[in-house]
Design a binder for this molecule. Structure first.
Ligand code: CA
Length: 348
């Protein structure tokens, strides 16, 4: 233990906490070493995390696979009361259709067992294979009945985006069952990654946020929330920069739609920023930075901004101390750490 005493004025719920079955990481390593997958982002990410013997990837691999003693010890040491577990990126989305369906189902069964062992410490998000939207919808239904509290999708699937209506059976199930969708980053697809990869900016430092922000924006501009008005998304990393862009997104979306510049850009029922404020929750995963947290609380909503640690990729105790010390009232800190997460994931 660290000996740090954390405030007990609220329950700290961490909402973007990664895990991975050892079998899936072994499959990643085999896939990478086979050279059969033409996905430079996957090779960049899991070529490193899956095979490197540097201290950081070795530690990350061990902590990803642990759902018991080490993880609970780390949570205790950081004052984290409760974790929402999600299958790490790229999840099953890098596999072929049938493999993805099988690994999604197996990993869901495995994390369900961990939740059952530690029901006062964990909830889990359901992994699905977007490669098979109808099967994914059935898996969402199965997982909802098992007590899962949402759905994890690690951004694009082989370069395809959920803005394509062929994926919308997933949204139909999510909306009908009131299961929020956590849209987590993946490395950018082949068509996007090269200028980032050549300078080492394709991963969590920048590429993740750009690609996931684009994905969220594609979902909004495709009219997904006009079709599924009750559907709720969650995006991490302080909203993948979209809150900061809202003014320009609204102005330019209106300008381009009015001038009919793009066939693909259709009129929407609301402003782009309205969907961010009404259909999207924001977490601070990897961005424990008070000015950004407060900006999102002010502009997206204090009832839509919540805490995440991003374990084990960013396990930094000082971040919890810094967020505990934000210059906001305790009631607002409780919203941030506890109340919003309890509402979104039905944890109370
Ligand atoms: Ca993460």
């Amino acid at each position: 233990m660290t000996g740090i005493t954390f405030s007990d004025k609220y329950r700290r719920i961490a909402t973007e906490e990664a895990w991975a079955p050892q079998e899936m990481m072994d499959m990643y390593r085999d896939l990478y070493e086979s050279g059969k997958l033409d996905d430079p982002g996957f090779s960049s990410l899991w070529g490193f995390y899956g095979s490197s013997n540097e201290p950081r990837p070795v530690t990350v691999r061990r902590k990803l696979a642990d759902l018991d003693d080490e993880r609970l010890h780390d949570m205790d040491a950081a004052g984290i009361d409760f974790a929402v577990l999600a299958l790490t990126s790229p999840g099953v989305q890098v596999f072929d259709r049938d493999t993805a369906i099988r690994v999604a189902s197996d990993s869901n069964d495995m994390v369900k067992e961990a939740v059952d062992r530690h029901p006062d410490r964990y909830a889990a998000l359901c992994a699905v294979a977007p490669q098979a939207p109808e099967v994914a919808a059935q898996e969402i239904q199965r997982c909802q009945a098992l007590g899962f509290r949402g759905i994890i999708i690690n951004s694009h699937t082989h370069g395809e985006y959920l803005s394509d209506s062929k994926f919308w059976p997933i949204f139909e199930a999510a909306e009908a069952l009131d299961m929020p969708v956590y849209l987590h980053p993946n490395t950018p697809p082949k068509a996007m990654i090269e200028p980032m990869l050549e300078v080492g900016l394709d991963g969590a430092i920048f590429g993740f946020g750009v690609e996931t922000g684009l994905h969220m924006l594609r979902i909004i501009t495709a009219g997904v929330f006009d079709h599924f008005p009750k559907l709720q998304f969650i995006i991490g990393h302080m909203g993948e920069a979209l809150p900061y862009w809202m003014y320009r997104l609204d102005f330019m979306h209106n300008a381009q739609v009015t001038s009919k510049r793009y066939e693909a850009l259709k009129p929407l029922k609301k402003k782009v920023s309205d969907y961010l404020k009404e259909n999207v929750y924001i977490t601070c995963s990897g961005m424990a930075w008070e000015p950004a947290v407060r900006f999102c609380q002010q502009q997206i909503g204090i009832d839509r901004t919540m805490y995440a640690m991003d374990y084990p990729y960013q396990y930094v105790l000082q971040e919890v101390i810094d967020l505990d010390n934000m210059a906001i009232p305790d009631a607002e800190k409780k919203m941030f750490y506890q109340d919003v997460a309890e509402k979104v994931f039905k944890l109370s």
